[in-house]
Design a protein around this ligand. Structure first.
Ligand SMILES: [Zn+2]
Length: 225
C-alpha cells in the first residue's frame, strides 16, 4: 500500500487527475512560450547550504520552490522570510520529515497543519503545495491533503543528489540533463550539491531555453486564504 503512488497507480492517478490535485510534471507550455521547468528543493532550510543556494539563484535570476521541514523553518525563520522576499515559493514538507511507513495518517496530517500554521505566521501565506517525504502516501493521507486544499507535488526528474559524494557528480548530471517541457526537478538544499546544479545549468544556458517557474505557476493555483 505504501508504495502504490510510486508504481502503476501513480501513473494512472497522475494521468487522470488535474495537476492542481497531483503534480508530477506540468502540462505543455503555450506554443509561443519557452518550455518550462520547476526547480524544487526539499529538506531545508539549512543554515549553510540554503543561503548559498539562494545566492546562486539570485545571480542566475531564477525562481524556485522550497519544500521546507517545519521544525527547521522554526529554527531559521529569517531564511524562510528571505526565500519569500527573493521571489521563491514555499511548499510544505511536514513538520519533522517523519518516516512515512511509521507515521499514521492522523499524525502526518497534523504535521502538515502545524507546518502550515508556522509558515502562515512567518510569511502571511499558507503554501498550496505539499510534498510528502519520499513521495510516499496512502489513500487516507492523499485524500486528507486534498481536504486541506493541497496540491500534492511529486517530481519527474531526480538526480538522487542525497546519494552524491562530490560536486563533480552533480556537475556531470547537470551537464548531461535534458529537460522535458513541464519537468519538476527534485534537489535537496540540506546538501551542498543543489547550488552546483544551478550554477552548471545556468552556465549551459539552460535557463534561456527553459523558463524556470514555481510549482504554483505549473499548476495554475493561487494561495490558500
Ligand atoms: Zn524530504
Amino acid at each position: 500500500m505504501m508504495s502504490f503512488l510510486r508504481q502503476i497507480s501513480k501513473r494512472l492517478l497522475t494521468a487522470c487527475l488535474p495537476p492542481e490535485r497531483l503534480l508530477t510534471r506540468g502540462g505543455r507550455s503555450a506554443a509561443h512560450e519557452r518550455p518550462r521547468l520547476a526547480l524544487t528543493f526539499d529538506d531545508g532550510p539549512h543554515p549553510i547550504h540554503t543561503p548559498q543556494l539562494l545566492d546562486v539563484l539570485r545571480s542566475a535570476h531564477v525562481c524556485a520552490t522550497f519544500f521546507v521541514v517545519g521544525k527547521d523553518a522554526e529554527q531559521h525563520p529569517d531564511l524562510i522570510r528571505r526565500i519569500v522576499k527573493e521571489g521563491h515559493e514555499l511548499g510544505n514538507h511536514t513538520w519533522s520529515h517523519s518516516e512515512p511507513s511509521q507515521t499514521s495518517p492522523q499524525h502526518f496530517l497534523e504535521e502538515t497543519r502545524r507546518t502550515d500554521s508556522l509558515l502562515q505566521e512567518l510569511t502571511g501565506t499558507i503554501p498550496t503545495a505539499m510534498r510528502p517525504p519520499k513521495g510516499e502516501l496512502n489513500w487516507t493521507k492523499l485524500t486528507g491533503l486534498w481536504r486541506q486544499q493541497k496540491t500534492v507535488a511529486l517530481w519527474s526528474a531526480d538526480p538522487r543528489d542525497y546519494k552524491m559524494t562530490s560536486s563533480e557528480e552533480m556537475r556531470a548530471w547537470s551537464s548531461a540533463f535534458l529537460p522535458a517541457d513541464g519537468d519538476v526537478l527534485l534537489f535537496h538544499d540540506n546538501h551542498p550539491w543543489a547550488a552546483t546544479a544551478i550554477e552548471t545549468m545556468f552556465r549551459r544556458g539552460l535557463f534561456e531555453k527553459y523558463q524556470p517557474v514555481t510549482v504554483s505557476v505549473l499548476t495554475g493555483r493561487k494561495a490558500i486564504v
